[in-house]
Ligand binder design. Sequence first.
Ligand SMILES: O=C(CO)[C@@H](O)[C@H](O)COP(=O)(O)O
Ligand SMILES: [Fe+2]
Length: 227
Amino acid sequence: MAQINPSILSADFARLAEEARAVEGADWLHVDVMDNHFVPNLTLGVPVVEALARATETPIDCHLMIEEPDRWAPRYVEAGAGSVTFHVEAAAAPVRLAREIRAKGARASMALKPATPIEPYEDLLPELDMLLIMTVEPGFGGQAFLDIMLPKIRRTRELISKHGLELWLQVDGGVSAETIERCADAGADVFVAGSAVYGTDDPAAAVRMLRHQADEATASAGWACAH
Ligand SMILES: O=C(CO)[C@@H](O)[C@H](O)COP(=O)(O)O
Ligand SMILES: [Fe+2]
């Protein structure tokens, strides 16, 4: 079944706990950490992730858009994140970092910006629990989905199948009722959605609707997700 991860970036930051609980029933809560260096925006850090992990039953999917993830990612596992994603463009030693995240008890995930190809990282895939393909330039919610990322999603799904991996394939940026079917058809199975969830009157219903759409598209594409 497809997983839907609402992005708290599009929620009301003055009511974070309430907003996190508004999407209980979602698979993971996606938390975007930005440091104003790796991306031109600043959001939240370790103390807020700790507070969110206490405030909701939904596991935390932490997306680190920061410099020096080798230094900081383990701190987010300690803060209570169940999955930690670092950007390969920022990591000094991605294999060592993925192993450290796993050893500390979280799922290890690596993200690629739109201009970063997957092919140089084929041999790293067994070290990961999830790969994140950005479908916008990281930094802000509410941007338009980049259709030109669809071939990369498809090629990544082929690599995952070729190696017989259980790796999850996440897409993030501009995922909505209009675009989710294209992502699922190309091979994504974990979908981050910010404005398409929190921009509606009923975030929990939006999650259910997106999941249904993704499941239908995956079934007609004929590949099975690993979860
Ligand atoms: O990581 C990011 C942005 O850099 C995302 O997680 C956004 O928060 C997704 O928001 P929408 O594009 O779905 O509104
Ligand atoms: Fe994100």
